[in-house]
Design a protein around this ligand. Structure first.
Ligand code: AR6
Length: 187
């Protein structure tokens, strides 16, 4: 399953799949503040990238919630991994929403700093960290689409959804946004 949209010179793509198998220049990891690995996306990325990744993240000294760090891709096809720490969800917590948006913004800033033109994001915070998919999809898509529309540095922003339900929630959110934003077009 794939859904595409464009805004200015950037393609926004939704796909159902595995983040470790993406051919974008960078993939994003849903890490924890230690950056030393865990379950979910984090475990899958460390497993696929190999032990060189842990050796590199050990040198970084962790990462605050809402912030991001860049490493090499090691055994992955992607050249870089951007590790970002999303918030743990608490209902009606505006701070969690701010931190989730901040985590997406920091990833894009790091990508632009490193000249990265294509990037793949998992649905950060929507697994172990408990963020409801619809709220997280809204924040992820709004933040990324408004930033790539301004900077024009990223050619492809891909959201990799692990299951059909997540894909469905993201595609409905993207369609609703395209109805409201004149410069966002479904392809
Ligand atoms: N590719 C794409 N998406 C995936 C994959 C995969 N291979 N595996 C799971 N997902 P989570 P979080 C989806 O729990 O909520 C770790 O232990 C999954 O269905 O990986 O940010 C870290 O070390 C869900 O929708 O991340 C942290 O301690 C989404 O990815 C903590 O979990 C995110 O689920 C971070 O929790």
């Amino acid at each position: 399953m794939v859904m595409r949209a464009s805004i200015n010179s950037t393609t926004i793509e939704l796909v159902q799949g595995d983040i470790t198998r993406q051919d974008t220049e960078a993939i994003v990891n849903a890490a924890n503040t230690s950056l030393l690995g865990g379950g979910g996306v984090d475990g899958a990325i460390h497993h696929a990238a190999g032990p060189g990744l842990l050796a590199e993240t050990r040198t970084l000294g962790g990462c605050n919630t809402g912030d991001a760090r860049l490493t090499g891709g090691h055994n992955l096809q992607a050249r870089y991994i951007i590790h970002a720490v999303g918030p743990v969800y608490r209902p009606d917590d505006v701070e969690a929403a701010r931190l989730l948006a901040s985590a997406y913004r920091r990833r894009l800033e790091l990508a632009v700093e490193h000249g990265i033109k294509s990037i793949a994001f998992p649905a950060i915070s929507t697994g172990v960290y408990g963020y409801p998919l619809d709220e997280a999809a809204e924040i992820a898509l709004e933040t990324v689409i408004s930033l790539v529309a301004q900077s024009r540095d990223i050619g492809l922003a891909r959201f990799v959804l692990f299951d059909a339900r997540a894909f469905d929630v993201y595609s409905r959110t993207l369609s609703a946004m395209a109805d409201k934003k004149e410069d966002l077009r479904l392809l």
